[in-house]
Design a protein around this ligand. Structure first.
Ligand code: SF4
Length: 167
């Protein structure tokens, strides 16, 4: 990170920076919701600045999705059901308008469209999304989104997306 700072990354404009962004991403280590993004960002900024002289632009908090490898490890430790319940119990409908699948799509190496990269990993496709080339002739705007239990990972607590918290 110091080397990236040295190359100009992570300095804000008021610091005489270069518009080269350095953003950090924080995932909880276990089956818990991320802490509030802004408070955590302030803690990281203070700690990294005072201790290492490192600066960065933003810290983004992301919830862990209970799919694939993380789901497998939770299953082994007997925590999968309780983590899914935690996400469901903390569902916040206020985030529904901002979840990633409302603004973008994910494309796999064969050009197939998915609502998001999580659905891509799971092979979940909605009826409305097709191949990349088909976008030349049809507009996926308004197509149904293939939702499932893992979607609570995007809406629980402060919400989670590739841009961090939705709160
Ligand atoms: S996991 Fe569900 S809610 Fe989140 S972006 Fe994908 S489809 Fe949308």
């Amino acid at each position: 990170m110091r080397q990236l700072n040295h190359l100009g990354y992570g300095h804000t404009d008021s610091n005489g920076g270069s518009n080269l962004e350095l953003n950090l991403v924080y995932n909880p280590q276990g089956p818990s919701l991320p802490p509030p993004q802004q408070a955590l960002e302030e803690d990281f900024r203070r700690h990294l600045g005072e201790r290492y002289g490192v600066v960065f632009n933003r810290l983004l908090t992301l919830a862990n999705m209970p799919i694939e490898r993380f789901a497998a490890s939770l299953k082994l430790s007997g925590e999968l059901d309780s983590y899914r319940a935690l996400l469901r119990e903390n569902h916040n409908p206020a985030h529904l308008d901002q979840v990633m699948c409302r603004q973008m799509v994910s494309v796999d190496w064969r050009g197939r469209l998915f609502d998001c990269d999580f659905n891509q990993m799971l092979g979940h496709r909605s009826a409305g999304l097709v191949e990349l080339a088909d976008l030349l002739e049809c507009d996926p705007q308004g197509s149904a989104i293939a939702v499932a239990d893992h979607c609570f990972g995007c809406t629980a607590g402060d919400g989670s997306s590739c841009g961090g918290s939705l709160a």
